[in-house]
Design a protein around this ligand. Structure first.
Ligand code: SF4
Ligand code: SF4
Length: 179
């Protein structure tokens, strides 16, 4: 790099009104008052969790009830109640946080519709950034993000969800609403 490539930036000149800060202070106060009157008028955005919950207040979008947040994952089952996953590793490959760990094995002879299935399927929910890339990558819709967001653990190990736990979340959420 040459010296003439260096661009020296100068701080912008402030106008007289910006130098006394009063207009900015009044603008801030105005914004506060707008929100105050909206709240008094019943347009309250604060939610009293846990008495009130987000899933009780669906957001309407294109005429459908949708939630705009993503919760923990579930591993879906197929119509024969088997894990739907075929251990293709697409989700683990797509995951930017590297928090999906799968060990695949040959499918049992009684499962002629697939070559492999996961004997181990772990997701570290603490490392996950809930981007949804795994869901997008899955060719058989076996992994989904649910609306469950208030699952806690006392240790980091508890927040690594294994196959059984991910299937249990499927069982808990399947009847509630479509994901
Ligand atoms: S939601 Fe994103 S970060 Fe989380 S497991 Fe899926 S791909 Fe990885
Ligand atoms: S969840 Fe889907 S993408 Fe991930 S390994 Fe299983 S089948 Fe492949």
């Amino acid at each position: 790099m040459k010296l003439e490539d260096v661009i020296e930036l100068q701080p912008p000149e402030l106008k007289a009104s910006e130098n006394i800060f009063l207009p900015a202070v009044l603008s801030g106060l105005g914004s506060t008052l707008v929100h105050l009157f909206r709240s008094v008028g019943g347009n309250v955005r604060t939610m009293q969790y846990p008495e009130e919950r987000r899933e009780d207040k669906p957001v309407l979008e294109q005429g459908m009830d949708v939630q705009r947040y993503r919760g923990v994952h579930r591993l879906n089952r197929d119509e024969q109640n088997r894990v739907k996953c075929v251990a293709c590793y697409m989700c683990a490959t797509a995951c930017p946080a590297h928090c999906i760990h799968i060990v695949g094995d040959a499918a049992p002879d009684s499962w002629p519709d697939r070559e492999k299935y996961p004997i181990k399927f772990d997701i570290d929910e603490l490392r996950c950034i809930y981007c949804g890339m795994c869901e997008e990558a899955c060719p058989v819709d076996a992994i989904e993000l649910t609306y469950e967001y208030d699952i806690v653990g006392l240790t980091r190990e508890e927040m690594v969800f294994d196959k059984q736990k991910l299937l249990a979340i499927y069982d808990q959420t399947i009847k509630r609403r479509p994901m």
